[in-house]
Write a protein that binds this ligand. Structure first.
Ligand SMILES: [Zn+2]
Length: 204
């Protein structure tokens, strides 16, 4: 799934706070958005492993949310919903495509790494690849409730996320060709700085 889809899931998860403490919803929504995006900061170093913890985030989120219900304040809500969204991101990566340059080919058996199990979880491919039409459609569906619930900054961010998703979905396959062209022109001593999945597919 696209990072923006994860962000929109995070916003929606943060919105659950409206049922318990509406005054803390803005904190929860921003924390959900941040937590939804956070795991993908490992894109260039051990992607879907270094910052992806499907089991541990889930355990931590359960504890943190329980704590937030007992002691509701901006800090406990921020932590709880950040971890909740990061857990949802890590788990939902298993429902997408595999870790490969052209995930629509369906050749990788690595979706997300479970540190708890000590192994890679295989992709279910419900969303075939990040930027797939169904990924964009999911993002739009996720955005609708948030657009109804919020105005101002949150609404703007949600609209922005949908627009970025649309552009990314349109460019998803052409982008790989551009990457292919670029990597073919990188001097060999610089290839150490290029993520393995690019180098592996193009150079070896
Ligand atoms: Zn991810």
């Amino acid at each position: 799934m696209m990072a923006t889809t994860h962000a929109l899931i995070g916003v929606l998860l943060g919105s659950a706070s409206l049922f318990v403490a509406p005054e803390l919803a803005p904190v929860a929504v921003f924390a959900g958005l941040a937590g939804g995006v956070f795991p993908d900061f490992d894109l260039y170093s051990g992607h879907r492993k270094t910052l992806h913890f499907p089991v541990y985030y889930s355990i931590a989120a359960t504890a943190a949310l329980a704590g937030a219900m007992l002691v509701p304040n901006p800090w406990t809500f921020a932590l709880g919903f950040f971890l909740f969204a990061a857990a949802a991101h890590s788990v939902s990566d298993a429902f997408g495509g595999g870790l490969e340059l052209k995930p629509w080919l369906g050749q990788s058996e690595r979706a997300v790494y479970s540190h708890f199990h000590g192994q890679w979880i295989p992709p279910r491919r419900w969303i075939r690849y990040d930027g797939a039409p169904e990924d964009f459609a999911l993002g739009v569906a996720l955005a609708v409730p948030s657009l109804v619930l919020y105005d101002g900054t949150i609404q703007t961010l949600v609209v922005l996320a949908v627009m970025i998703s649309g552009v990314y979905a349109l460019l998803r396959k052409p982008l790989v060709n551009i990457a292919e062209w670029l990597v073919g022109r990188i001097p060999s001593h610089m290839l150490a700085y290029v993520p393995d999945r690019f180098v592996g597919d193009f150079v070896q």
